[in-house]
Design a protein. Structure first.
Length: 371
């Protein structure tokens, strides 16, 4: 094939183009990885907990920080025939550190579990240690918290809240993720009430939100309660909307720059070989055939760039994950697949500029330039 022969004969030129495309693909992949990493920091714990919907207090406007639900709201949800399971979940931002002198305090998202009514949509997966005992000062700590703090199962810690300190013992490690850009820890619901509200009374809220497993939850109308999907709940976490729009803008600019760079490179190459294209047209080659050769080169060079950039980006993320300071870069298979497809498509779009130039090549003028 003519396109492959030219790639072999002009190895240096095409190698430099492949290098530039590799760097652009690497940059876009890292931007996408940053977006995935920030999303995980913002609310991976939300996705790890079960259920397909979340109930908020109506006046909270889908904010877990402002939402408070009492026993009446929980019972109203339980009485709905469309709802299969409910699980009260409390949230509180706390500072926590080891009891040993000099231990650094760390921010954590404290979530509550109702140990008396555990359901499969509420309990995080325990990977070491044991579960909590009701009304005991015990903590289930996420893997991320233990890694960041250097603490382990059996360690004594102090939770600082409302100008006081409360001692707790880490009794288990759970696969729970992050919430509000903080590692998560879990305590019994009664303990959460004490930490957030002080002395318990009949009117003390029992949850910030309620996790639901229900069909057609969009049709449910319960006074004083808003029910939304987990996707909408995630989008309403404070800071997520601005973060996602920023990353999306960077991603779009990256794709546009990639298309322009590829288009510029192949357009310049087309200009350089205009005379040869004219000769090929003079002996019967069509503009479609010649454009197909350019398109083939574009796709091959783009695939080479992607093939190099994907393991490079994955290796970078693995290296960053081993740093003592968290760098929010992470990848999913979908990230690599989607980015690769879009980069190839953008490369093809960029090469259309060369196609328009090939169509305008006049064999007679080109042959005159050849002489």
């Amino acid at each position: 094939m003519l396109a492959l022969k030219e790639l072999i004969r002009r190895r240096l030129q095409f190698s430099l183009i492949a290098l530039v495309i590799t760097l652009i693909a690497y940059l876009i992949l890292m931007i996408n990885g940053l977006g995935v990493g920030l999303n995980q920091l913002a609310g991976s714990a939300l996705w790890k907990l079960g259920g397909n919907a979340i109930a908020y207090a109506e006046e909270a406007e889908i904010s877990i920080i402002r939402s408070e639900l009492g026993i009446e709201a929980l019972n109203a949800l339980k009485n709905q025939p469309e709802i299969d399971h409910v699980a009260a979940l409390g949230y509180l931002a706390v500072n926590i550190g080891g009891e040993a002198e000099g231990t650094n305090l760390r921010s954590a998202a404290l979530l509550s579990l109702n140990l008396d009514e555990q359901t499969t949509i509420e309990m995080p997966k325990i990977i070491a240690g044991r579960t909590l005992q009701s009304d005991n000062p015990e903590i289930l700590a996420s893997t991320e918290f233990l890694k960041d703090s250097g603490l382990s199962i059996g360690d004594e810690v102090l939770i600082q809240i409302r100008l006081g300190e409360w001692p707790f013992t880490i009794v288990g490690e759970v696969e729970a993720g992050m919430f509000f850009f903080q590692p998560t820890i879990f305590v019994d619901q009664l303990i959460w009430q004490d930490l957030k509200y002080g002395e318990r009374v009949a009117t003390t809220p029992i949850a910030s939100v309620v996790l639901l497993s229900a069909d057609n939850f969009e049709k449910l109308e319960i006074e004083g309660i808003d029910i939304v999907s987990k996707k909408e709940a995630f989008a309403n976490i404070e800071g997520v909307a601005g973060q996602q729009s920023t990353v999306a803008a960077l991603r779009v600019f990256g794709y546009l720059i990639g298309a322009l760079v590829v288009g510029a490179f192949f357009y310049v190459l087309t200009l350089q070989k205009e005379a040869q294209l004219g000769v090929l047209k003079a002996i019967g080659a069509s503009s479609t055939y010649l454009f197909f050769q350019v398109m083939t080169q574009t796709i091959l060079i783009s695939l080479i760039g992607i093939a190099v950039s994907v393991p490079l980006a994955w290796g970078t993320a693995e290296g960053l994950s081993k740093l003592p300071t968290r760098v929010p870069v992470a990848f999913e298979v979908e990230t690599f697949v989607t980015t690769s497809i879009i980069l190839v498509v953008m490369g093809i779009i960029g090469s259309l500029l060369s196609g328009s130039r090939i169509a305008r090549v006049d064999p007679i003028i080109a042959l005159g330039q050849q002489q």
